[in-house]
Design a protein around this ligand. Structure first.
Ligand code: SF4
Length: 222
């Protein structure tokens, strides 16, 4: 058995990603290797953050107790959690659970994607406004599959030029879902729509973080 440091576990709707609007069980693991300028879960990023210690069996039992079969593993950076492969293997052995893992684009996903019945990946690409773009592992783009998503969180409309360059260079829209999302409060989503219209980018989908509109943007556990 392995032990995981869970800073939050709750049921809510997926606020973003391919399954936005669907109920999911959220498991948030502590600790992150990046420090994005706009991070909205900074409190969870410390490897010292107060957390409940749970084994993979306890996590799966909790998930099953909710009666919800969709799971979002998030952080922090969940792929940096010690023994995370054990948790992914445990979930992979539960065919009724549909698991998605949110990762920050800096961690090589190949060893995790190779696990039979691996979760779907939602890979955030950190653009320049995050201050973390130099940490991105571009080799990940080659391993994305239709169940996966690449999400570009934009803090300035000018970053959309870089998004289009990456989507075209790596053929991302042919491999997986491509989403763009505004940093909440930093950029007007209407400007992003206008960009998509102007550049005729039908292959890129705008998404707003639903939970920030439904609840207080700083509210935890939703
Ligand atoms: S990768 Fe995510 S959790 Fe980590 S600092 Fe950036 S926004 Fe926060």
């Amino acid at each position: 058995m392995s032990v995981f440091f869970v800073v939050e576990k709750f049921v809510s709707i997926n606020g973003e990603g391919q399954h936005a609007g669907e109920l999911a069980v959220f498991i948030r693991l502590r600790g992150c290797n990046l420090a994005c300028s706009y991070c909205d879960t900074r409190w969870a990023c410390s490897y010292e953050a107060p957390a409940e210690q749970m084994t993979e069996t306890e996590i799966i039992d909790y998930v099953k107790s909710t009666g919800i079969n969709r799971v979002t593993l998030t952080g922090g950076e969940p792929l940096k959690a010690r023994d995370i492969k054990d948790l992914l293997r445990a979930f992979a052995a539960e065919p009724d659970l549909k698991v998605e893992i949110e990762t920050n684009g800096s961690v090589n996903i190949v060893p995790f994607a190779a696990i039979p019945n691996a979760p779907a990946f939602t890979l955030d690409y950190k653009l320049a406004g995050s201050g973390m773009e130099d940490k991105m592992d571009l080799s990940n783009f080659a391993f994305l599959q239709p169940k996966d998503t690449v999400k570009f969180v934009c803090s300035d409309v000018s970053e959309l030029d870089k998004v289009c360059e990456l989507v075209d260079t790596y053929g991302l829209a042919m491999k997986c879902t491509v989403l763009i999302s505004p940093v909440f409060g930093r950029i007007d989503p209407a400007d992003m729509v206008n960009y998509l219209i102007e550049h005729k980018r039908n292959d890129i989908r705008l998404q707003l973080q639903l939970h920030k509109f439904i609840w207080d943007p700083d509210k935890r556990g939703v």
